[in-house]
Every structure is written in structure tokens, then in C-alpha cells.
Design a protein around this ligand. Structure first.
Ligand SMILES: [Zn+2]
Length: 115
């Protein structure tokens, strides 16, 4: 059994009732909960799934708001994906990206990787 990373005393128990609140919407995620300090660790793929649902609802979890500068390359502008998102969403150079303009916002969606 895995030890909790926060208190280093409790064991992580599999649960299916972690609640995540994003902009007033409540999502239920699977993950693990410490039996000592009660800290909850939703699985990464659950977090990714919830974020994609949240995006469809037009909300975005605030801590994931990222600020990046564009860089110039070959006469065009280049946007670099932060490496933590790259890992979370399993992105690589073969990932197809859909770019949608919504008002003055740009939504970048990774298409599901071809198996
Ligand atoms: Zn703990």
C-alpha cells in the first residue's frame, strides 16, 4: 500500500467520491485518499477528464491558468506547451491540435492520440 506524500503516515485508500469544485460546478473523481490526514489525490486521467468537461461547460480551473509569452520563429508565432501539461495530456510531436477562437480567447484542444 502506498504511503501518503503529505503526512507520510497514512495509507492511500482507493476512493470514487473525491469532489472537485470548479467555478461552482462540482465534479466527482476517482482517486486515492489518505486514511490519516484525509488528503485526496485524484488520478491524473480523472483530473484531465474533468478539466475537459469543465472546458465544455465554459469554465476553467483557476490554478491551471498559465501565462506564457509567444516566441517568433520563421515569421510566425510559436506557443510552447508547458511540460506539466504535456505530461498530463500525453502530448507529443504527433499530437493533432484543434485551435478554436472564442471571442478574444483561443482554446487549444489535443485530439485523442491515435492508437
Ligand atoms: Zn496523509
Amino acid at each position: 500500500m502506498r504511503k501518503c506524500l503529505v503526512c507520510e503516515e497514512g495509507n492511500l485508500i482507493k476512493v470514487e467520491d473525491i469532489t472537485l469544485e470548479i467555478s461552482g460546478y462540482v465534479f466527482i473523481a476517482k482517486g486515492e485518499r489518505c486514511d490519516h490526514c484525509r488528503e485526496e489525490f485524484p488520478y491524473e486521467q480523472e483530473t484531465a477528464r474533468i478539466i475537459s468537461i469543465a472546458q465544455k461547460l465554459g469554465v476553467w480551473p483557476e490554478p491551471l491558468k498559465l501565462y506564457r509569452h509567444l516566441s517568433k520563429s520563421g515569421g510566425g508565432l510559436v506557443f510552447r506547451i508547458p511540460s506539466d501539461l504535456e505530461r498530463q495530456l500525453n502530448l507529443d510531436e504527433n499530437t493533432e491540435i484543434a485551435i478554436t477562437k472564442i471571442g478574444n480567447k483561443i482554446v487549444i484542444e489535443a485530439e485523442a492520440a491515435a492508437a
